[in-house]
Design a binder for this molecule. Sequence first.
Ligand code: CA
Ligand code: CA
Ligand code: CA
Length: 161
Amino acid sequence: MASCKNILSHKSHKYCVIVFMIVLQSACGGDGGGNTSTATLSAFSVQGSIVVSAGSIVDSDINNTNNPNISNNSPSGAQVIPSFSVLGGYVNQAMQGPNGPLFESGDTSDYFSIYLYAGQSIVLDIYDSANADLDLYLLDSTGQIVLDSSVSTSASETLPL
Ligand SMILES: [Ca+2]
Ligand SMILES: [Ca+2]
Ligand SMILES: [Ca+2]
């Protein structure tokens, strides 16, 4: 029976992963004429608690004024993340998306530094795939050489190792 120590001692390789936004299309509503509708909002309250599962982490630069943004826009500034994790992230083109600290400048790339084990996969699920296209690149540990990429136009990009 293999112990945790034995499993963790297996060789891993350090990589740099980049999420890169190449297109953001503006969502345009309607044809400019015709009918209009009015929605009535009513106030309500929601109560409960949110539990974040272990291994969940957040992109270091997101469009939230309450977040102390730390740029991860280059290989040398790659955000270090654990080998086994789920990360919530944010990217946008300049002057696109909701108001916030990244609205004017944009955040078109996020770099992450990670040790990956043979057989692991990297999956990028794109929340707003109807209006944005993100791509995924696997770079070597120097961040200079592209080892693999996933550049489809679907709502998900995957890189199997
Ligand atoms: Ca980001
Ligand atoms: Ca970034
Ligand atoms: Ca894509």
